[in-house]
Design a protein around this ligand. Structure first.
Ligand code: PRP
Length: 179
């Protein structure tokens, strides 16, 4: 896998420090509220696993896998729920955990869905933010790193389902995704 990486964007250590920092910010805002940490599969698996181990107060964890169908140049499409959580979120403080915020389409469709289910609040924690790529305004509450518009893989992020298990975030060589 390593030979396919053009450069390391974020080392394991840099990510680890940032995850602790994000956990502290979340603690400040959510301790005592028993928030639901909602991991959006598959990319957020590793980030969520690391983040929750830094949260030293009660919270619960659940999972969803979503995409947006019908999203095109002019439209943001509709939310497609591939796997749903089983938590009843009425009255709960929900924190969506995402590996990357890109066009914003996924979150712009997911947030209203969770609000319509009766969540008391819905916040967003993203590890990587690509502001340049935004098509729909989404304001994440907790952000790890703003990154350039490069093909990032590793630490949960994939290309064709590969590279998720790299322990760092790297930039994929152009020849890999252009061949
Ligand atoms: C990625 C990421 C977000 C979404 C962000 O998921 O985890 O869910 O894309 O993109 P957007 O802001 O343009 O909507 P992906 O659909 O690649 O699925 P995966 O997490 O299973 O890899």
């Amino acid at each position: 896998m390593k030979k396919d990486i053009a450069k390391i964007l974020l080392t394991r250590e840099e990510i680890g420090e940032k995850v602790k920092d994000l956990a502290n910010q979340i603690k400040g805002a959510y301790e005592g509220k028993n928030p639901l940490i909602l991991c959006i599969l598959k990319g957020s698996l590793i980030f969520t696993a690391d983040l929750v181990r830094e949260l030293d107060f009660p919270c619960t964890i659940d999972f969803m896998q979503v995409s947006s169908y019908g999203a095109g140049a002019e439209t943001t499409g509709e939310l497609r729920i591939k796997k749903d959580m089983d938590t009843d979120i009425r009255g709960r403080s929900v924190i969506i955990v995402e590996d990357i915020l890109d066009s914003g389409i996924t979150l712009s469709n997911l947030i209203p869905e969770l609000e319509s289910r009766g969540a008391e609040s819905v916040a967003v924690c993203v590890l990587l933010n690509k502001p340049e790529r935004r098509r729909v305004e989404v304001k994440p509450n907790f952000v790890g790193f703003d990154i350039e518009n490069e093909f990032a893989v590793g630490y949960g992020l994939d290309y064709n389902e590969k590279y998720r298990n790299l322990p760092y975030v790297g930039v994929l060589k152009r020849e890999i995704y252009e061949k």
